[in-house]
Write a protein that binds this ligand. Sequence first.
Ligand code: UT7
Length: 299
Amino acid sequence: MLATFLDTSDSWITERTGIKQRQIMSEGESLEALAVEAAKSAIENAGVTANEINYIICSNTAKEMLAPTLSSIIVGGIGTQCPCMDVNAACAGFIFALDLADSLLSSGKAENILIVCAEEPTRMVDWNDRSTCVLFGDGAGAVVVSKGGEECTIKTNTVSKPEVLYYRGALQPTPFQGEEECTALRMNGQEVFKYAVSSSLHDIQSLLRSRNIDKENVKYYLLHQANVRIIDAIHHYMKVDECKFPRNIAKYGNTSSASIPILLDELNRAGGLESGDWLVMSAFGAGFTSGALLIKWDK
Ligand code: UT7
C-alpha cells in the first residue's frame, strides 16, 4: 500500500528496518480511547482495582489535545480520582516514567502506580516523506507498578541534540507574534541510529556492572523497537544470543514510548516471564534521551 504513493518497496522497508506492518489510527478511533483501553487491561491483569491506583503517569509525545493532560482523561476513563501527570521523554518515556514511579514508591507517596504509554506518531510524520512515515505505528501499552524489594536499578540521561530528531507543533498567533507553521517530524536517521546503539549499549553495560550481574543471567533484554538492525547491532556487540532480545517490530513498527510496554505485555501474557527472572529494558529517543532499567520480575 505504501508503495502506491511513495517511492519505496516492501523489500527496502523489510531489509532496512524489519517492519512488515504497522497499526494506524483511523476515523472514529482516538488516542484517549486507546490509552484507556490499555490502562483497563493492565489494571485487570495486575489484579488491582482502579481505586487502588494512587498515581497515574502517562508517557506521550504528541497529541491533538495538549490540555488537559492525557493522564487526566485516563483518570476518568478508569473511573477513579488520583493525582496524575504526563511525561514526555519521547521514545524513552517508559523508562523515564518508571524512574518517576520508583521515586514515588520509595518516598511512600504511592503504593500502586499506573503507567500508560500512548503514542500516535503517525500524526507527526509527513506521509510524503518515505524516510520517516514507513517507520512508525500507533499504539498504547500500560503497566501497574507496586512497591517491591530492592531489585530494581534505573539509569536515565539526556544528551541535548534537538536538531537531529524533532517535531514542531503550531501555536496560536498573538498581537506580538505571527502564526507559525507546524513542522512534521524531521530526522537524521543515521545519527539517531548511531546514538541508539551507543547509548543503549552504554546504559545496559553500566547497569549490569553496577549490580554485578552477568549478562547471561538476564532472561530478556527488552529494547525500544525502532529498527531491527539497531536491536541486532546491540546483541551482536554484547555477544549475547539474539533469543534474549524479543522483538515485535515486524507487527507494529516504532510505537515510540509504547513499544517496550507492548512487548512486555505480549511476553507476559504468552507465559514467557517467571518470578525471579532478571529483565533489562532500554530505550532512546528524541532529545536525545536514553534510559535503561534492570529489574527482577515479581508477579
Ligand atoms: O525512536 C527513534 C526514532 N528513529 C529511529 O530509531 C531511526 C534510526 N535510524 C534508522 O532506523 C535508519 O537510519 C533508517 C531506517 C531511518 C534509514 O536506513 P539507512 O540504512 O540509514 O538508510 P539511509 O538513510 O542511509 O538511506 C539510504 C537510501 C537513501 O537513498 P540514496 O540517497 O542512497 O539514493 C534514502 O533516500 O535509502 C533511501 N530511502 C528509502 N528508499 C526506499 C530512505 N527511506 C526509504 C524508503 N524506501 N522508505
